[in-house]
Design a protein around this ligand. Structure first.
Ligand code: FES
Length: 220
């Protein structure tokens, strides 16, 4: 008896069941297949302008315009700042310093005693007695602190180390070595008191008193 294999018909055609790969026409069998077609890139897809032809460019997105505007604004601001700093270098700084000379009203504006209304602005006190008006420079002669006027005690008291001065700025307690200085004063053409802090009258320890010199007070 014949086995099934022996019964295979002699005229059986063996067919290739593997998937058929289409090749372009004219491609010889066995040749390397061409790469699949891919979409053209943006650059490749861009139409090539013919010489002399007008090419329309795509409009710039608003966000790009905004970014460029911000960057250029920042650059312009930096340049302006540098330019102003450059100009400032050539300006004399003395112009910005407060003047040492100023007016504080007329003698009639002050009552007898100590007036502290100019302490914050000019660091001075105005003292008026029965026969003169003078200006005390509010700087402690120990180490330069600003004393406080104690009206109830009729004296200046330095908060730093306790020096005490009477109402005319003469030291009487604490480490202060001498009275506080007085500023130059004079009446101008309008009868106003002109003060000059660049010209001070001192009473150095063991030396002559300069408080009676001309310009150290205004006679009343
Ligand atoms: S600074 Fe005024 S007592 Fe020292």
């Amino acid at each position: 008896m014949d086995s099934p294999t022996d019964q295979a018909p002699a005229d059986k055609v063996v067919t290739d069941t593997s998937p058929q790969v289409e090749t372009p026409g004219g491609t010889p069998p066995g040749a390397k297949p061409a790469p699949p077609k891919t979409p053209l890139t943006a650059a490749a897809a861009r139409p090539v302008a013919k010489p002399g032809a007008v090419v329309e460019s795509t409009p710039d997105p608003p966000v790009n315009k905004m970014r460029r505007r911000i960057i250029w604004s920042a650059i312009a601001a930096s340049l302006v700042a540098y330019f102003l700093m450059f100009l400032r270098f050539f300006l004399p700084r003395s112009i910005l310093e407060p003047s040492s000379t100023f007016r504080i009203g007329s003698p009639g504006d002050y009552a007898l005693g100590v007036d502290t209304k100019w302490q914050q602005q000019y660091r001075i006190w105005v003292t008026k007695t029965s026969d003169r008006l003078f200006v005390i420079y509010a700087v402690c002669t120990h180490l330069g602190c600003t004393p406080d006027w104690k009206a109830s005690e009729n004296k200046f008291k330095c908060p730093c180390h306790g020096s005490g001065y009477d109402s005319e700025g003469v030291n009487f307690e604490g480490p202060a070595p001498r009275p506080m200085d007085r500023a130059h004063v004079e009446l101008d053409a309008e009868g106003q008191i002109q003060v000059d802090l660049a010209r001070l009258y001192a009473w150095p320890k063991g030396e002559a008193n300069k408080f009676d010199e001309k310009g150290a007070y205004i006679p009343l």
